[in-house]
Design a binder for this molecule. Structure first.
Ligand SMILES: *Cc1c(COP(=O)(O)O)cnc(C)c1O
Length: 489
């Protein structure tokens, strides 16, 4: 436990209580959680980030003219991101945001505003074309900024076809989003194949590299995915993922000053200080920015290249294991530090491994993988339930133990039938037709009945089966209830 010698007794007791609460948390270091956390396995970086955060703690990121250090650090981060993503200096401009979601939201808002400007007389609701594997942040953006989300189905193996995206283009499309890579599969979308067409039609094209932006620049053999592709108009990349900065920092880059400026909000129409906000927040912490800046200074391109080389070795080892373990297989063709596994339908059911039962068994061995429920696409085709692994440099240090845990867990659950909540799904659908959702109280009862009430579930497979079986509105209400209740005790 940390010593806080300069603090009085009361302050020390408060911090001791925080430390006790922190003991309930999943381990953020050491490679045991293969999602959420991005551990470079380097204690220097943690100490550096902590001190940089502390140095910037009193600042308000609201006003870089009062606190010029913020503008200086932001400029350096934006130029670093521009360089590694092949943006021409003085042609690409950008902003540091509070995270991937904020970068995505602002990319959509900017494109919508530009579309409205270009189509002043259109009565159409602008459309947001993505693949169905796009990050959920874009659904959020469509809802917040009133666009019609138009998800293009992918193939059952998770791969996307350029011609399917092109078939969705039209004059009402404000933005096309492609991913590098898509989070669920780890696959890079056909960016170079789509871009010439959006470009010819004057449609904005965002590449969501929130996940891969700080890894793919050093991943040899990746298909073209960045500003080197003409027609890519904006890109997002998260420093709080493979940039190894603490949470709260991402970047959004635009091709051209005019596009970048469309992202801003400014007003003089109130009786206080003139407001100009490049992002969604007003007052904001500069600490994540300072930490990201310090980590980038420390690692430089060569440090990131080394980190990526480690991720790559682990990714290949894990992909090979996925092919080797009977009853499971790799989902599609990932490029980069993420992959997903699905059940291998080519073996008989008694040799098959249900991925969600498997991930629960892996969790019992101390490694936390991420369950992804199966889903139905807009055209009625199904995507399989899967398990996601995010691979970081620290993964390599636990690789033998991890591989053994993956194989043993498969042996434990091989042949067991997948969880199925279809009956409950049909009953719930009959009770709550037409997208209606149950009340918070009923949701609580349903969660108890399904055995997932009372805080965060230790076994995820039954909850995932429930999500797959229930109408989306009910599943979303249940998840809302589950999360809301975590802080009500
Ligand atoms: C992480 C991520 C985002 C944004 O998520 P945040 O959790 O808000 O940082 C967007 N797209 C992809 C592909 C991602 O992996």
């Amino acid at each position: 436990m940390t010593e806080h010698s300069s603090l009085d007794a009361r302050a020390q007791e408060i911090l001791a209580r925080l430390q006790r609460m922190r003991q309930a948390d999943a381990p953020t270091h050491g490679g045991r959680v293969l999602s959420y956390v991005y551990d470079p396995g380097n204690a220097q970086l943690d100490a550096l980030a902590a001190q940089a955060m502390e140095a910037a703690r009193p600042l308000n990121g609201l006003d870089p003219t009062t606190f010029p250090s913020i503008a200086a650090m932001e400029g350096e981060l934006v130029r670093f991101a521009t360089r590694i993503m092949h943006g021409r200096p003085r042609h690409v401009f950008g902003t540091v945001t509070s995270g991937g979601t904020e970068s995505c939201l602002l990319a959509v808002k900017t494109a919508r505003d530009l579309w409205r400007e270009a189509n002043p007389r259109s009565r159409a609701r602008p459309r947001l074309v993505t693949l169905s594997t796009v990050h959920a942040a874009f659904q959020k953006a469509a809802r917040l900024f009133d666009l019609a989300w138009d998800p293009v189905p992918v193939q059952a193996d998770g791969s996307a076809r350029a011609e399917d995206v092109l078939a969705h283009l039209g004059t009402d499309v404000a933005l096309v989003v492609l991913s590098a890579p898509a989070y669920p599969t780890g696959a890079i979308d056909p960016i170079a194949q789509v871009a010439p067409h959006t470009r010819a039609r004057g449609i904005s094209l965002h590449v969501d590299a929130c996940f891969g932006g700080l890894a793919l620049p050093w991943w040899d053999g990746a298909p073209a995915w960045d500003f080197a592709v003409p027609g890519v108009t904006s890109m997002s990349a998260d420093f709080h993922k493979f940039g190894y900065a603490p949470k709260g920092v991402s970047v959004l880059l635009h091709r051209g000053r005019a596009r970048h400026r469309r992202q801003f909000f400014a007003t003089t129409s109130w009786p206080a200080y003139p407001v100009v906000n490049p992002t969604l927040l007003g007052s904001k912490s500069a600490s994540p920015l300072a930490a990201a800046w310090a980590v980038v200074e420390y690692l430089g391109a060569s440090g990131y290249a080394q980190a990526v080389a480690s991720c790559r070795r682990s990714a290949y080892a894990l992909a090979a294991a996925a092919e080797r373990i009977e009853g499971l297989r790799l989902w599609g063709e990932p490029t980069g530090p993420a992959l997903a596994l699905i059940a291998d339908d080519s073996v008989p059911a008694y040799r098959r491994v249900d991925p969600h039962r498997w991930a629960d068994a892996v969790a019992a061995a101390g490694f936390h993988l991420q369950h992804q429920p199966g889903s139905v696409q807009a055209d009625g085709t199904r995507l399989p339930r899967s398990v996601h692994l995010t691979i970081t440099p620290v993964t390599e240090s636990v690789l033998p133990e991890l591989l053994a845990a993956l194989e043993q867990a498969a042996d434990t659950v091989r042949g067991r039938r997948p969880h199925d909540a279809a009956v409950l799904g049909r009953v719930a659908g009959a009770l709550y037709p037409g997208g209606r959702a149950p009340s918070p109280r009923t949701c609580g009862v349903l969660l108890k009945l399904a055995g997932v009430g009372g805080g965060v579930p230790g076994k995820m497979a039954p909850l995932m089966a429930l999500i797959e079986a229930l109408p989306a509105a009910i599943a979303e209400a249940l998840l809302t209830e589950l999360l809301a209740r975590t802080s009500e005790e």
